[in-house]
Design a protein around this ligand. Sequence first.
Ligand code: AMP
Ligand code: MG
Length: 410
Amino acid sequence: MGSEHEKLISIAEAQRIVLDHVAIAPTVSMELVPALGLTLAEDIACDIDMPPFDKAMMDGFAIRSADTAQAGVTLKVIDHIAAGGKSSKPVGSGEASRINTGAPIPEGTDAVVRIEDTKWSEDGGAINVLIAAIKGMNVCDRANYLKSGAVVLKKGTKLGPAQIAVAAAAGAANVNVYRRPVFAVLATGNELVDAGKKPTGAQIRNSNSPMLAALLSDDGVNVVSLGIAMDDLASLTKSIEYGLECDGLCITGGVSMGAFDFVPDVLAQCGVQVHFHKMSSKPGKPTLFGTTEKGTCVFGLPGNPVSAMVGFWMLVRPAFAAMQGRPDELPKFVEATLVGSQKPAGDRDSFWPARIDPDQSGRLTACALSWHGSGDPFGMGLANGWIVRPAGSPAASDGDRVRVVLLERI
Ligand code: AMP
Ligand code: MG
């Protein structure tokens, strides 16, 4: 029945097909902060030993441990070295240099005694060391973290704030990354009006365009908003042709079996090869994926907001991660303890908006939210994840372990 791409396929199969068709983005060189959220197209090696010198880790006194085998030794203070400074005075036996955190320890010394473990002499020219200070105490040796030339970030690493700090410390002020993808977002439907308008008659507000634009922006994708296309061939063709100029095009609505669901026909006319058109998820069954000859990825997501969101998380997100050189970034499922109950899953993987939070002992719990089905966006407003019940799962009750996917950090 129907052509090959009309077959209902599993989410895993759909993801495999999408990933098989995604081309990796070209690389660009840029400064570190604008590269936030992008992915390294090269290994980053550190160009110096770290730390580059034997460094004091505490405010105190640099001493010779041979002098301080026992507590109570008095040492003459000959210098004061601040961070960024370097002493030209070697420290001899019976001597110490005052030192601040981050400064290089002076020649002759091999330990730092904390200021709180010393007492100044009356005249301020010497200290009494109140403890037995051993070799290496409060000193970080040169190259203790790593040696010059060590790879600190691997190609394929997504740059978050911590990775940007690492690149900066390693001397990589500019990095080669995969270019930020550009995705167009197009809502379709004669019934749609923008959020700023009050719907009249049979109209409803377009919540999908802002949702998808926000999801994409949140992940560092540049968004081209194509607004709303009417359910007619001319309007759809114009917008879709425009969208096909981007790396990706997300269309919502018009992909089901209704008489006015023209999106698949228009895509075919615009040269899009459709690889599948039905995915075994609930909601989200009429989900379509295709590509053009030049490599634009087209996602036809169902018009119902929650269905569109499922399609985004299961397919669109892994696709642009792959464009960015991270082909293994599929949604991560974890287990949580169910609060409440769940009906049997039926013959498709089912997604239910949920609140997922750690309990007092730190174990995740999943509480199904009140929700009226795929057309109801309001359940998602409180959700930070989904309870995902694989096809064929039996009913689940309070205390059962269920699979969840987290949509935000908790
Ligand atoms: P469709 O996939 O075009 O058959 O639409 C399915 C349902 O989703 C219909 O009730 C539409 O009114 C609704 N819908 C379609 N597009 C949007 C949108 N952009 N925002 C909110 N709801 C939509
Ligand atoms: Mg429609």
